[in-house]
Design a binder for this molecule. Structure first.
Ligand code: HEM
Length: 404
């Protein structure tokens, strides 16, 4: 935890006592996000001695300034000893692995996987919705039976990772994400299994353990071509899994929840399936899976007319910016007719999500088939959230699907 020697009050920066990592905020993050936006372009979180940004314009500026707000000191609240992986490095160290992943996960590469993804979705929907008569209603948990089931199988398959114990990926990533926040009960609860899971994950991503085709093998091939170091290949492959499964699960969960609780919007998607892509991006804007990442100021810098001192940790609050009324009309409304492009749910700048096409592919395949098979989606019980320090997690989204 960084406590700066500068007094934020003297710099004209509002001080907030609110705690974004308290259980209450994790259960319902919107009040903190509103408070942060309303406080000013930058606020200081007294409990942690960090700065925080929640308005769209200033967050976009901050995320674009990788020289002034670095990731190499760690994107969690605590500093890292050394840059690590892709997410926690800065250019020029970041450039080569980023280029490799960008190529492997390009929109073109992902389009080639559409048939496989469609088959996977069809299997899931056959299993859980069946092919009953028109008007038949089926109740399932949208989280475990769809949102979780799709990425936890599709993405490891695409990476060429064997089929065993795939649920462990979610636990591995859950703990990783938790450690970006303060050392609280969530982190402590994951600690006992962390080392074992990290070793297990590392082994899965070794060349010999991977299938000859897939993102994992592509990463090793890039190492053979000299584009990245061999000693970084397994870490890069495992960072895809760590970054790409839980986030997509929660992105899809948020989308299903949004459609179930906004029947008029589902009607619009049904009438115009071309809106599928917009519907997912709008759901990510409205319910952003990644709630926070940190940067460290490498120098004194100006944001929104105030000065952030050098050496400060700064919280990037993506979901707050995604509902900033200065940027979005009626921001609390889930609205598939708006243009959500430019939302910050995938970040922005040099670290903008390199796996976004993979996430979009899965959501698009799912929506395409739901439109074909489902007349109505309804929420039939209380949703349950899964607390994670930096993710908007879900553990249950009870849904009723009425078949076409
Ligand atoms: C980076 C969100 C899916 C791999 C990021 C960042 C965000 C994000 C906000 C930027 C973090 C920062 O600013 O420090 C999401 C969301 C997803 C998703 C909301 C799903 C809806 C995926 C998938 C993959 C992936 C499917 C893997 C295929 C990565 C990687 C980075 C990243 C490797 C680091 C990029 C870099 O540092 O250059 N993601 N992500 N993500 N994401 Fe995603």
């Amino acid at each position: 935890m960084t406590v700066t020697s500068h007094c934020p009050v003297a710099q004209g920066i509002p001080v907030l006592d609110a705690d974004p990592f308290a259980a209450q905020s994790l259960e319902d993050p919107l009040p903190f996000q509103r408070q942060l936006r309303d406080a000013g372009p930058v606020a200081y979180l007294s409990k942690y001695g960090v700065y925080a940004i929640g308005r769209f314009a200033e967050l976009s500026q901050a995320l674009s300034n990788w020289q002034g707000l670095i990731s190499g000191a760690g994107v969690g609240i605590r500093d890292l000893d050394a840059p690590k992986g892709l997410l926690q490095t800065d250019p020029p160290l970041h450039d080569a692995p980023r280029e490799v992943l960008q190529e492997i996960l390009s929109a073109r590469a992902l389009r080639a996987m559409k048939d496989t993804c469609m088959t996977r979705v069809a299997g899931l929907l056959d299993q859980h919705l069946g092919h009953g008569a028109s008007g038949e209603a089926v109740e399932i948990d949208g989280l475990s039976q769809i949102a979780h089931a799709l990425p936890v199988e599709f993405f490891p398959d695409a990476s060429g990772i064997d089929e065993s114990a795939r649920d462990k990926f979610v636990d591995f990533a859950d703990h990783n994400f938790n450690t970006a926040g303060p050392y609280n009960d969530l982190v402590k609860a994951g600690e006992c299994k962390a080392a074992e899971l990290a070793t297990w994950m590392g082994q899965k991503c070794q060349r010999d353990a991977l299938k000859p085709e897939g993102f994992g093998a592509d990463i090793w091939a890039a190492a053979d071509r000299g584009e990245i170091l061999h000693e970084n290949a397994a870490l890069l492959a495992s960072s895809l899994i760590a970054a790409g499964i839980d986030t997509t699960i929660y992105g899809i969960a948020g989308m299903l929840y949004a459609l179930a609780t906004n029947p008029g919007q589902w009607e619009l998607v049904k009438q115009n399936p071309g809106l599928a892509r917009v519907a997912f991006d709008e759901a990510l804007r409205w319910s952003s899976p990644v709630q926070a990442m940190f940067r460290k100021s490498s120098q004194e810098l100006q944001i929104g007319g105030v000065t952030i001192p050098a050496g400060a940790k700064v919280l990037m609050c993506y979901p707050a910016a995604n509902r900033d009324p200065r940027r979005w009309d009626n921001p609390d409304k889930f609205d598939v007719t708006r243009d959500p492009s430019g939302h910050l749910a995938f970040g922005m700048g040099v670290h903008q999500c390199v796996g976004q096409h993979a996430a979009r592919l899965q959501a698009a395949c799912l929506l395409e088939q739901l439109v074909d098979r489902v007349e109505k989606i309804e929420l039939v019980g209380q949703v349950k959230y899964h607390h994670n320090n930096v993710l908007r997690g879900w553990s249950s989204v009870p849904l009723r699907f009425t078949l076409k």
